[in-house]
Design a protein around this ligand. Structure first.
Ligand SMILES: Nc1ncnc2c1ncn2[C@@H]1O[C@H](COP(=O)(O)OP(=O)(O)OP(=O)(O)O)[C@@H](O)[C@H]1O
Length: 583
């Protein structure tokens, strides 16, 4: 599978900094090799009692000079190479998020949001590591490894051969243990996210926990996952506990070989004491490239697997998309028609909307009632194409909505969902959807229509009040009114309300309903309103009762009362209830 296209643009765009970074990295690796050479010269001069104070000073200053140079170059290769990998990480994450946003609601029904979070964090992290550190490890292993061996062979070929014998051990061990460490690290990460999620949930639900005296049970749930997280951490500690001492072991085996064989060569005069000391320094330098060789294979394998997962998401086509010849629609002129529509959430599953037919003229209000699960919300979601019908069609002014530009269609509709969702931010940002160009009088007007003005005025920071965990916690009714204000502000010709007064008191509910009624009458809005409170729908031009995804009754309030069906019974029950509440 060719997935390189996802990261290629970052390599191409940053080719100059990558080249500069690699030049700096190679220069660092090569410069390091000269330090043992200087030590060799110093030791040989000392051993032959030739070294004067000025010679020693010169050797010392040379080492300081090289080290200074190495420090500067190291800074630059990190900036050039790591900068590129960070840019890649950011770009890939943005691309993933922007693509996921285009996917249809049905995709989110199938995929857990936790998995999407993992793609946006873990997978992108692996790709960054494979492209940034992978490049560094390959370049370092090649340049430092080969040139260190070259410098050692220059001193003595046979000694180099013997010293290299334990090195494959380092490569194989790193390969094995880095895979184990990565797996263990992933398990630590995932158990930690589980732990944070459980703790977050337990704190969010603290009121219900207290009300039912479930603190001990809550504690034991957190203790269990906390212990699990500790065990995963201990596993990681055990693996690293074996790995690092093993690296030291292999490196010390090489050291012993130099000590024994190299020492004998010094005695017999084959190599000088300086060469002997330099050899020992080179062994230290060789350990990292050998480890890098073992490590980089896993790094790249994991990055490749992550890139394939991201590729699969990026290649997923949204179920709902604009056809190439999709039509513009800027005005709603005549009617919405539901032409024998059926809908199920998954192909082949039970239909939640069945053979549904209805015509709603512009400027009219449609009220929808029905028992829970009868398909009311599902029906509403089909109009702005959150989901698409399985059969039949929804027509707006004789255009099948699947033939229209989706953003045009959605621009014509304001939607107040059953469960209002607020984003972390201010009241203003939540109502205006962060659009700073909204004139103030329109904002105030919509907030007043939603019966929210006095509430906002009572907040010390008014519209700038932060809502959510970091600010004011709003009641369910206040959230619902923010959602209403959003819809009123959008001022579209079609407004869909899904149970808009379920969480407000009767008095506020009546004011909101009167506002909606006025909008229908004075502003020529077409309104579709679902409600369990029949006072919210009784004024509608047409009321339908839904049962098992079908229309079971339809008519005006008066007609339905005469039919003495679900609507009439529910209406009478609610009247009795309201009468009792008034006592
Ligand atoms: N996202 C979904 N995926 C799969 N099935 C769903 C989904 N949403 C709703 N359903 C199912 O579709 C059926 C109709 O649900 P819907 O929410 O449309 O009913 P409703 O009439 O709006 O109910 P309520 O009055 O409780 O809001 C139910 O059986 C429900 O379980």
């Amino acid at each position: 599978m060719n997935t390189f296209y996802l990261i290629k643009p970052y390599f191409v765009k940053n080719r100059s900094s990558i080249a500069l970074g690699l030049v700096c990295l190679i220069a660092v690796d090569l410069l390091q090799l000269f330090i043992p050479r200087i030590i060799k010269l110093a030791v040989d001069d000392l051993a032959s009692l030739k070294a004067g104070v000025s010679d020693l000073m010169w050797y010392a200053l040379s080492i300081i000079g090289i080290t200074l140079f190495i420090t500067i170059l190291r800074y630059f290769w990190r900036i050039f190479l790591m900068g590129m990998s960070r840019e890649l990480e950011e770009g890939l994450r943005n691309r993933l998020f922007s693509h996921i946003q285009t996917l249809s609601a049905s995709y989110f029904n199938k995929v857990k949001s936790g998995d999407l979070m993992a793609h946006a964090t873990n997978d992108i992290h692996h790709i960054r590591m494979a492209s940034g550190m992978g490049m560094v490890a390959i370049a370092s292993a090649a340049v430092l490894g080969i040139s260190t061996i070259g410098f050692m062979a220059y001193i003595n070929l046979s000694l180099t051969f013997f010293v290299l014998i334990p090195m494959p051990g380092i490569i194989l061990c790193t390969r094995f243990f880095s895979r184990q460490m990565l797996n263990a690290y992933m398990e630590v990460q995932s158990s930690f996210s589980e732990l944070t999620e459980i703790v977050r949930e337990r704190f969010t639900g603290i009121r219900i926990v207290k009300a039912y005296n479930r603190e001990p049970e809550s504690m034991s749930v957190v203790e269990k996952i906390s212990r699990f997280n500790m065990e995963k951490n201990l596993r990681l500690v055990r693996i690293t506990g074996i790995f690092f001492p093993m690296m030291v072991f292999f490196s010390n085996v090489s050291l012993s070989i130099v000590l024994y064989l190299g020492g004998r060569q010094v005695i017999t005069g084959i190599i000088s004491p300086g060469d002997f000391v330099a050899f020992i320094s080179y062994i230290g330098m060789l350990t990292w490239p050998m480890m890098a060789l073992g490590w980089v294979v896993n790094l790249i394998q994991r990055g490749k697997a992550s890139l394939e997962r991201i590729h699969r998401i990026v290649e997923t086509m949204p179920d709902i998309y604009d056809k190439p010849d999709a039509k513009e629609i800027k005005d709603f002129k005549k009617e919405i028609v539901f032409d024998n529509i059926c809908f199920s959430y998954q192909k082949g599953e039970q239909e939640v909307i069945k053979d549904f037919n209805l015509r709603l003229e512009k400027g009219k209000t449609l009220g929808i009632i029905g028992p829970p699960g009868s398909g009311k919300t599902s029906l509403l979601n089909l109009i702005p194409r959150i989901f698409d019908v399985s059969r039949g069609s929804i027509l707006i002014d004789n255009n099948d909505i699947r033939q229209l530009i989706t953003s045009d269609l959605r621009d014509m509709i304001s939607f107040v969902p059953q469960e209002p969702f607020l984003f972390a931010g201010t009241v203003l940002e939540n109502i205006t959807f962060e659009n700073p160009d909204i004139p103030e009088h329109l904002l105030i007007e919509s907030v007043k229509k939603a019966c929210l003005y006095d509430t906002i005025e009572s907040f010390s920071k008014k519209f700038e009040t932060i809502v959510g965990e970091k600010g004011v916690i709003l009641s369910g009714g206040q959230k619902q009114r923010i959602a209403l204000a959003r819809a009123f502000l959008k001022d579209s010709p079609i407004i869909i309300f899904d149970d808009p007064i379920s969480q407000v008191d009767a008095e506020t509910g009546t004011i909101i309903i009167n506002t909606i009624k006025d909008m229908a009458a004075k502003e020529d809005k077409t309104i579709i309103i679902v409600s369990h409170r029949l006072s919210a729908v009784r004024y509608a031009d047409l009321i339908i009762t839904m049962k098992h995804g079908k229309i079971s009754e339809s008519g005006s309030h008066e007609e339905l009362m005469l039919k003495k069906g679900y609507y009439a019974k529910t209406f009478q029950l609610q009247e009795i209830e309201e009468g009792l509440n008034a006592i």
